[in-house]
Design a protein around this ligand. Structure first.
Ligand code: MSP
Length: 646
């Protein structure tokens, strides 16, 4: 019999350094679902990847003085390492810079053009580079992006457009007749009422002002809009428009696109319309989960400087403490919060106390009373039946919760079994039974039941906490876990020798650890914010230095430069000679601040043309490596212009 298939995707991440635990959340959640579906017998395709094109990446690379490809290669390697550290069991990692993806996107773009869904026009409106999204005059209130609140830029360029409006009614009808398509429910209404019902504008789908993207094959001055490029990954990864389409045939349509709520609009409006135009089936579900907030209810985001680094947490508390927190503490579909205090307390109570202790007590007692060999169970008492009932009901409950993508609830069902098993120890008091030889049989049954309950727990948590499940198996000497083995309470083989291992979650001194973690979090935040010093350059001689001719000049005129946030155009007086200089200091100076100032000019630098303007020299400035703080070196008093600086 062929297995049922299950295709789950995460968003493909922008390659930005230091992913925080907020970003990690989508992928950890998707991983738990993918692992669970594999466990219960599905043939799973779990796709992750990186979204590597666009203006934002090109600008970052330019600022760093490297090519965009060199920049993304390094970051993508870091993301892949992080996924390994977080135990992400992806089946495929797509990069939008992969050749097969680029070709497939060019092909689908051409198809849409040939069939008349894409046409050439000119765009005038606003653009938010961090979100890579277009906004109209009315949407971009006060010059800010309605999604992220950062300033938008004016964009006016020749562009291709996609006839979104042509498909709007069909999409509305589809959403209304498929209540499961957009989840949670509340997000569906937001999409319908805020975007679709007021009327869709045609979408600008190409850019000409930068070139880091997939070129439009039939008009190479244009690159394909990064969201069209990125969304297509869900089908190109399966070989759509490629040489081997067997995965596409097997797995499309996706069962679920798991994404954060901030990118729901792209996935529930642009993407389905693209698919409708290509006459392809729509994904069965788009699930927009909530955000991870920090104390005070603010979204965790790199741009806000409030991020928590998953690597720090994993190094100190182990990967499953982090996975447990993300999977259990964030109500699926709503926002959740991260604080050091809740993290430590939960790790301590749920993992160290409830689960870690249960395993360690069980294995210790099997060693103490039965020389480390799991005993044969004898007569079953009422109290045993209560435990067995809960254990046998758990798999069905967990499966149902995961079917509904309610991950925290699934874990609650497992913890109900773990807590019931702890209560079973209190009720059966094996340490008292152990004192009475006539109770050896009863003691054997109790310890067998404890081992069996832990074995079942290990299977049940294996999708969520794979490392912990592996550790339980190692101690109970279980070599294979299967979902089917949960249908009866006798999967443990009596006679097996247990191996007492290290304590799974060492007990935590809660107060001390909270303080330590708060400090760590603060340090990593500061380190992320504090630009490191650039290395001192190679040694030069005094003769080399004397070749640089620096002079005092007076700024006579200063003007902003069109289309540049960084550059200013200055006229300076160099001892009677007037020079024009283009200088990258606009982020820190308003033009009027500089007029009349005495600054330092490298006067013998070969002239260059920057953005069409001649620059005859360079203004000396002191700056942080990322240019976030910058001061032009100025002379405190008046000096005759043209004086040398040495
Ligand atoms: N590149 C786009 C996705 C293209 S998919 C065709 C993108 N990338 S991202 O790197 O900015 O975001 C990746 C994921 O992290 C998204 O699902 C986003 O919602 C999620 N999160 C970013 N900050 C988050 C929190 N603070 N909390 C939870 N998820 C967060 O968007």
């Amino acid at each position: 019999m062929t297995k049922k298939t299950y295709y789950i995707t995460t968003p493909i991440y922008y390659p930005s350094a230091n992913l925080h635990i907020g970003n990690t959340y989508t992928t950890v959640a998707a991983d738990a679902i993918a692992r669970f579906k594999r466990l219960i017998g599905y043939d799973v395709m779990f796709l992750v990847g990186t979204d590597e094109h666009g203006q934002k990446i090109q600008t970052i690379a330019e600022e760093k003085g490297v090519t965009p490809k060199a920049y993304v290669d390094e970051i993508v390697a870091g993301i892949q390492n992080l996924w390994e550290m977080m135990d992400i069991s992806y089946d495929k990692f797509i990069r939008t810079t992969d050749d097969y993806h680029k070709k497939a996107v060019q092909k689908l773009f051409k198809q849409l053009y040939d069939q008349g869904d894409i046409y050439k026009g000119s765009y005038e409106g606003w653009y938010c580079t961090p979100c890579e999204s277009f906004w109209t005059e009315t949407q971009a209130v006060d010059g800010k992006c309605p999604d992220c609140g950062r300033p938008v830029e004016k964009a006016k360029e020749e562009a291709y457009f996609f006839k979104m409006s042509k498909y709007a009614d069909r999409l509305i009808a589809y959403i209304e007749s498929h209540p499961e398509f957009i989840q949670p429910e509340s997000r569906k209404n937001e999409m319908l009422n805020n975007f679709l019902r007021p009327g869709l504008q045609d979408l600008c789908v190409s850019r000409t002002t930068f070139n880091w993207g997939i070129p439009v094959e039939f008009d190479p001055g244009h690159v394909i809009y990064v969201w069209v490029d990125a969304l297509s990954n869900y089908i190109t990864a399966l070989g759509y428009n490629g040489e081997d389409t067997s995965l596409y045939e097997k797995f499309w349509p996706a069962d679920v696109h798991l994404i954060g709520k901030d990118i729901l609009r792209f996935h529930t409006i642009y993407w389905p319309i693209m698919l409708m135009a290509l006459e392809l089936p729509l994904p069965k579900q788009v699930f927009g989960h909530g955000w991870l907030l920090v104390d005070g209810g603010v979204r965790m985001a790199k741009s806000r400087g409030n991020v928590v680094d998953p690597v720090v947490l994993v190094n100190h508390f182990g990967v499953d403490a982090v996975r447990y927190y993300l999977l259990h503490e964030i109500p699926f579909g709503s926002d959740g919060i991260f604080t050091s205090e809740i993290f430590i307390k939960k790790t301590n109570s749920d993992l160290a106390n409830d689960l870690g202790n249960l395993l360690s007590r069980t294995v210790t007692m099997i060693e103490k009373y039965f020389d480390g060999v799991i005993p044969v169970p004898k007569d079953i008492a009422d109290v045993d039946n209560e435990l067995i009932e809960i254990a046998l009901a758990a798999p069905g409950k967990v499966e149902k919760a995961i079917d509904e993508l309610k991950i925290p609830e699934a874990l609650d069902h497992v913890w109900a079994l773990i807590r019931r098993t702890n209560k079973y120890i209190d009720e059966t008091t094996p340490w008292i039974l152990g004192k009475d030889d006539s109770q050896k049989g009863r003691l054997g049954t109790v310890l067998y039941n404890l081992a069996e309950s832990l074995r079942m727990t290990s299977v049940l948590i294996s999708a969520f906490l794979p490392t912990t499940s592996g550790k339980i198996n190692a101690q109970l000497n279980v070599d294979k876990i299967t979902w089917d083995s949960l249908s009866s309470f006798n999967g443990t083989s009596a006679g097996t020798k247990v191996n007492k291992g290290e304590v799974m979650f060492p007990r935590i001194d809660v107060e001390a650890k909270i303080e330590e973690l708060n400090k760590l979090v603060e340090e990593t935040r500061k380190a992320a914010q504090k630009p490191t010093m650039e290395p001192v350059k190679e040694e030069i001689t005094i003769e080399d230095f004397e070749k640089i001719d620096m002079r005092v000049v007076k700024v006579l005129e200063c003007l902003p430069m069109k289309k540049s946030k960084k550059l200013l155009k200055l006229k300076v007086d160099l001892g009677g000679e007037i020079r024009q200089v283009v200088s990258g200091i606009a982020q820190n100076y308003k033009p009027e601040d500089l007029i009349g100032k005495y600054v330092v000019l490298v006067a013998n630098l070969k002239p260059v043309t920057l953005r069409g303007e001649l620059s005859q020299g360079m203004i000396i400035a002191a700056a942080t490596p990322d240019d976030s703080k910058l001061f032009a070196v100025s002379i405190p008093g008046e000096l005759p212009t043209g004086s040398t600086v040495r």
